[in-house]
Design a binder for this molecule. Structure first.
Ligand code: UDP
Length: 240
């Protein structure tokens, strides 16, 4: 059962349960994909139906932002906890290294996916990275072919939203991959090009604030967090 927050559906699962569910989907065969909506996604999805559909048709949807959890509480259907997509991917890759699953890294500027590959192989000994592709491509076909030829089981799709969700929903099934997850700027983090907030900030639900201090240009994007709470309060008052 999914929990709907302002028109976007979420799974109310712990981080471990998310990884177990993903592992079962991968073992089950067929194509499945996961999304990691934050407050910015929710507001964009209100206005963009194709994006909303791509989010809501996902097999797994994790609240990647404390703002989503706050909004769920305001709406009176609280989600258990925040599940950062990047932590989910890290645990999934640990499982992949143990079970010999094949990983493909898609996204970011040229060279970044390869740097991420080196770092991830070090972090997860035995991890099978079978291919990489940068994220600024015009045609889908060569990317689909690269994933097919690599016989990837799992693809980390890091193209930013809504591009990555639309891409997974449209092209995922023909790549032969079993599972994809949209992860925004995660390859930049794995490659060491951008840094995440220290753990204490993450635990305090202040990762957004750390990112803002590091990159003040994000102010417009960050303003989405309080706005989503205002929308949640409005929806609650209307009894939605
Ligand atoms: N990106 C890409 N192709 C595009 C647009 C963006 O590969 O056409 C990459 C970009 O280089 C960055 C990521 O997608 O690595 C998006 O980062 P963003 O800051 O939006 O992610 P988030 O804040 O969601 O982690």
């Amino acid at each position: 059962m999914k929990t709907e927050i302002l028109g976007v559906r979420f799974d109310d699962l712990s981080p471990q349960e998310m990884v177990h569910t993903a592992a079962s989907l991968i073992e089950a065969g067929g194509f499945h994909y996961a999304v990691t909506p934050n407050p910015e996604f929710i507001l964009a999805a209100e206005k963009n139906e194709a994006f909303r559909n791509a989010l809501n048709q996902a097999d797994l949807s994790m609240p990647d932002g404390i703002g989503v959890v706050y909004a769920s509480r305001i709406l009176g259907r609280p989600l258990k906890e925040r599940v950062p997509g990047i932590d989910f991917a890290d645990s999934l890759m640990a499982w992949m290294a143990q079970t010999g699953k094949r990983l493909f890294l898609l996204g970011s500027k040229p060279g970044i996916a390869e740097m991420a590959e080196v770092a991830l192989r070090k972090r997860h000994p035995g991890l099978l990275v079978v291919g990489t592709h940068y994220g600024y491509f015009k045609e889908d076909e060569p990317v689909i072919a690269a994933i097919r030829e690599a016989q990837a089981d799992v693809v980390l799709v890091c193209l930013g939203a809504p591009k990555q969700e639309l891409w997974m929903a449209q092209n995922g099934p023909v790549t032969g991959a079993k599972f994809m997850v949209g992860l925004g700027g995660a390859l930049d983090v794995f490659a060491g090009v951008t840094q995440r907030a220290p753990e204490a900030w993450q635990k305090a639900g202040m990762e957004w604030c750390y990112r803002l201090i590091k990159d003040p240009k994000r102010i417009n994007r960050m303003a989405k967090l309080p706005l989503v709470l205002v929308h949640a309060a409005g929806a609650r008052l209307k009894g939605k």
